[in-house]
Structure formats: C-alpha cells, structure tokens
Design a protein around this ligand. Structure first.
Ligand SMILES: [Zn+2]
Length: 344
C-alpha cells in the first residue's frame, strides 16, 4: 500500500460513534473441536477461541455454540460485532456452496443447515461457507508452505482423507457442491470396504483410522512391542503421536504399515499430477505432521512412479506449516477474496 493510500481520508466519515468495519473472522467447524479467529485487513491474528464441537447435541445447539465462540473471539481481539467485514467458515462436506447450506455431515450428524444465512442474520455482515479442507489448502497457498504456487493439490489424511485444490488463486469447484473427494478415489480394486460403502477407496487403506486399525492388530499379535507397551490393552484409538513414537521406538511392522499407506497416498497424488500438473502436492494432518520426513520421501517416490514422464519432475511435495491456523486464516482470507470479487 502506498503512503497516499494510507493518508486518503475515509470514504465514510459520517459516523464518529459507529466503528469502522476492519476485521475478518475465520471459523473452523471440525468434528471434535471448533476454532474461531479474528484477523485484521492484513490477516494478522488479533484474537482466537476454541472449544469442543459436541455435534451430537444437534445443529440448533451447535449453531448457538458457533455464534457464542465468535463472540468470545471478538472479545479476545477486543473488537465489536459491527467491526466485522465478513465471516468465512470451513465445514466438513458435502456442502451446497451456492446457497450456503451444510447438506449432510457424518462427522457432526447435521443435515440441511442454512449456516451462511444464520451467520449473516446473527452478525449483520456477509458470510461465506466453504469446505474445511479447501480452507486449509487455501490458507497454506496464501500464507503457508505452498505460498506462491499456481496450483496446489492438498491431501490430508486423518479420520478420513480430505482433499482440496487451489488453482490461480481460486478454490477448484464444480457446479454447485464442494468437491475434490480424493479419499474416495479407488486405489485398490476389491480392497477393503470404505465408510462410503464402496471398496478400495484411498481412505480405506491410507487414513489414520485404517493405519491405527492395522497397527492395533499388529500390537495385539505381539508384532509391535513398543506400541503395545505404550498403549497397554486399550488399542481402540491409537493417535498420530503414538504411531510416530512406536516407529521411533523401533516397531518395524508399524513403520511398514505407515509406509504402505503413504505409498497409496503417493500413487493417488501421481494420478492427480497427471490430471492437473500442480506445482505443489501439499500434505497435512496430524500423522503427516508427526512423521514429515517419512511421508515426504514415500509420497514423492510413489507419485513420481505414477506420474507420466513429462510430469515427473514438475512438482514438489511439501508439508503444511500453519497447523490449526491454516483453515481459519484460509477461511477468513477466502471470505475477503469472494466478497471483494462479487463487489467488484
Ligand atoms: Zn469411499
């Protein structure tokens, strides 16, 4: 911004008593926790708050919690409601992006919730709904590990496998719904059954859930002594940190399980390279961030093997760098991008 722009008198100086609209709110509505963050016009963090989602309490109680958390984040940032320019909210799909409706989220148990309208009514400013993984990939492309990329393909293994794609500063979108469901690309013909009911999806062989289940079986069989000792008899929910510790502790079988999952992820990434010729394959999520070297090495190897010769050396594999803030900062920045585009 030039000095003359800064010194320009405000267009609207009629209101000494009403606050100037100057902040963006980013929101990440996850299956287990929600995070609200307030940013200034340069996307510097001013305030934040998080709390559990409690999706089982239903969408009405859930929306109340969303509203309450935004109010708390505004308090933390020491700004008032009438200073919000716009709100960006990332929610697990599928979503109707045209009408701003959460259609059906297995993670939350919500159905047909007009969340965009509800936010606009509550806070008196425009709101933008987006897929949570798209928000993360957009955040990393604007501010994080993929900054400057013309095309970023994001793959985030977690409970499932989230995917997102940013091209030329825009989030890739089809006709109406959020998309890029990489977790349901078929990678193993007649492979294990996926949560979606089909067989051989990437998610069924490479999500943290799938890895944890295989690791638990190995520990139960006595093949992963470090993991067994660390987790005791409760092998029902093995987290990313426990898997990383087990590999560092020398559980070779667990390392093999994770490497096999990462190879599947890389093979899918290679197919996406053939389709989209991205500059960056961006990996994120708890397990990748706990084992960044292993994932980077295995995924680039498998992706290069799968990619056609002309694409083999055209992309990099990077690990997300903004953690939890990728999606809130991304959602806030996407709200700005979308609203300024429609205005102009
Ligand atoms: Zn599936």
């Amino acid at each position: 911004m030039s000095t003359s722009e800064i010194e320009k008198p405000a267009k609207n100086d009629k209101s000494a008593d009403s606050h100037e609209r100057s902040v963006w709110v980013g929101f990440d509505l996850g299956g287990t926790k929600m995070l609200a963050a307030v940013y200034d016009a340069e996307f510097q963090l001013l305030g934040k708050k998080r709390k559990p989602t409690k999706g089982h309490e239903g969408s009405e109680a859930g929306i109340e919690r969303v509203h309450g958390l935004i109010a708390k984040a505004l308090e933390d940032a020491d700004v008032s409601v009438d200073q919000i320019i716009g709100i960006g909210i990332g929610v697990p799909g599928p979503l109707d992006l045209v009408d701003g409706i959460v259609l059906d989220t297995p993670n939350l148990g919500w159905k047909d919730v007009p969340i965009r309208q509800q936010l606009e009514d509550k806070f008196g400013c425009p709101a933008v709904l987006m897929n949570d993984v798209d928000a993360g990939v957009y955040g990393e492309t604007r501010f994080g590990a993929a900054r400057g990329a013309r095309c970023t393909v994001g793959l985030f293994p977690g409970t499932g496998i989230g995917g997102g794609c940013v091209i030329d500063g825009e989030i890739f979108r089809g006709s109406r719904l959020s998309c890029f469901e990489v977790g349901h690309m078929r990678v193993v013909p007649d492979g294990p059954r996926c949560g979606c009911g089909r067989r051989g999806c990437l998610e069924a062989v490479a999500s943290r859930l799938s890895i944890s289940a295989q690791a638990a079986a190995a520990a139960y069989r006595g093949q992963a002594p470090f993991l067994k000792k660390a987790e005791g008899t409760d092998l029902s929910e093995i987290r990313s940190a426990a898997l990383a510790a087990s590999i560092k502790g020398g559980d070779k079988v667990v390392e093999d399980i994770v490497r096999a999952a990462a190879r599947h992820l890389g093979t899918a990434a290679g197919s996406l390279v053939n389709l989209l010729n991205p500059d960056v394959i961006l990996l994120g999520g708890g397990l990748v961030e706990a084992l960044p070297e292993l994932y980077s090495e295995v995924v680039i190897g498998a992706a290069q093997k799968r990619a056609m010769a002309c694409y083999r050396d055209t992309f990099e594999v990077k690990v997300a760098s903004l953690g939890d803030y990728a999606s809130v900062q991304g959602a806030a920045a996407w709200a700005q991008h979308t609203l300024e585009k429609t205005k102009g």
